[in-house]
Design a protein around this ligand. Structure first.
Ligand SMILES: NC(=O)C1=CN([C@@H]2O[C@H](COP(=O)(O)OP(=O)(O)OC[C@H]3O[C@@H](n4cnc5c(N)ncnc54)[C@H](OP(=O)(O)O)[C@@H]3O)[C@@H](O)[C@H]2O)C=CC1
Ligand SMILES: Nc1nc(=O)c2c([nH]1)NC[C@@H]1CN(c3ccc(C(=O)N[C@@H](CCC(=O)O)C(=O)O)cc3)C=[N+]21
Ligand SMILES: [Mg+2]
Length: 298
């Protein structure tokens, strides 16, 4: 569905929380209608408090969708062999359709080895080489797609529709979990895509050409008004914990919201933008994995 941006000067605030809720409702309805019990296993190694919050939110959402939700809390001292053994057992567990290993992992564990050990058809993060390759080569329908870029694209579609032909997109950040797959998805939708990273000279000048800006950097307020072409759609993936004026911690994005919002035709807030969409897309991917299991031809 395409909703035109509002004609007033006010930017449209893309409400990720509401859109995510609607997606989760759809997932739950599909689960009920088709009589499925998708199973999601979330593995958390160590006791990082932020990771614990995310993982708890994921478990709660999974239960709200009617999924089987299992959480594995492993100590920070877990060995790579132990983690790989758990992955193996989840790979062969018929009740489990999706496996997510929360990143980052402690230093003694090779995160790439762990990710590649996940069965590709249970890789609901979309980080396995097979899914990365499917996305990059255009066989997207067969891929499990990374949740954050998939969620960001869904918000972009609400404003611009599915076909981004003729649009210039700038992605800031080139990580494997956000920036690169975001660029691949935008390219697959026919946008003209440029990726900016820490070695890019004159980033503001490049960004100012963009009809679509996706910021996935981890630098609070990096994107200021002079980076933005009036009317651009601005998607802020950044999640940065900073100290607020009251001395308490608060979350801010990579975009200076107050400076950029008046210029943008649409913009995502932080919190309440891409974050909730990421979790909704994890549910969507888990449903997709479960449906493929019950009907391998689809
Ligand atoms: N909302 C959500 O669901 C999610 C949010 N996040 C958030 O998104 C942000 C990015 O995450 P992630 O991709 O994992 O981060 P990474 O740290 O893996 O990647 C950051 C990228 O930003 C680039 N970069 C760093 N500084 C600059 C700069 N000054 N100018 C231009 N580019 C720069 C880096 O360049 P280089 O490659 O050259 O080092 C790198 O490519 C973080 O705030 C994270 O918390 C992440 C995942 C999900
Ligand atoms: N294997 C793996 N997959 C991931 O998808 C993954 C990961 N590891 N490691 C960490 C990052 C980060 N991430 C977020 C998900 C939701 C919110 C989210 O819901 N944020 C809320 C705020 C939550 C809060 O208040 O802290 C919001 O933006 O409104 C944020 C960040 C997924 N990640
Ligand atoms: Mg990161």
């Amino acid at each position: 569905m395409t909703i035109a941006p509002s004609s007033s000067d006010k930017p449209r605030i893309l409400d990720g929380k509401r859109t995510a809720s609607a997606l989760v409702d759809e997932v739950r309805e599909t689960v009920e209608r088709e009589g499925l019990t998708p199973g999601l296993a979330v593995v958390l190694v160590g006791d990082d408090p932020a990771s614990q919050v995310y993982v708890r939110n994921k478990g709660r959402r999974a239960e709200a969708c009617g999924f089987l939700s299992r959480q594995y809390d492993l100590p920070a001292t877990t060995t790579q062999a132990d983690l790989l053994a758990l992955i193996e057992s989840l790979n062969s567990d018929p009740d489990i359709h999706g496996i997510l290993v929360q990143l980052p992992l402690p230093a003694q564990i090779d995160a790439d080895r762990v990710i590649q050990a996940i069965a590709p058809d249970k890789d609901v993060d979309g980080f396995h080489y097979l899914n990365v390759g499917r996305l990059a080569t255009g066989t997207i329908d067969a891929a499990l797609l990374p949740c954050t870029p998939k969620g960001a694209l869904h918000l972009i579609e609400q404003v611009l529709g599915a076909d981004l032909s003729g649009k210039r997109a700038v992605v800031i950040g080139r990580s494997n979990i956000v920036g690169k797959p975001m660029a691949s998805l935008l390219l697959a939708r026919n946008a003209t895509v440029t990726v900016i990273h820490s070695r890019t000279p004159s980033p503001a000048e490049i960004c100012r050409q963009a009809d679509i800006v996706v910021a996935a950097v981890g630098v609070p307020g990096l994107v200021t008004g002079d980076w933005i072409k009036p009317g651009a759609v601005v998607i802020d993936v950044g999640i940065n914990r900073v100290e607020g004026e009251d001395g308490k911690g608060k979350l801010v994005g990579d975009v200076d919201f107050d400076a950029v919002a008046p210029l943008a035709s649409a913009i995502t807030p932080v919190p309440g933008g891409v974050g909730p969409m990421t979790i909704a897309m994890l549910m969507h991917n888990t449903l997709q994995a479960a449906r493929r299991r019950s009907a391998p031809s689809s």
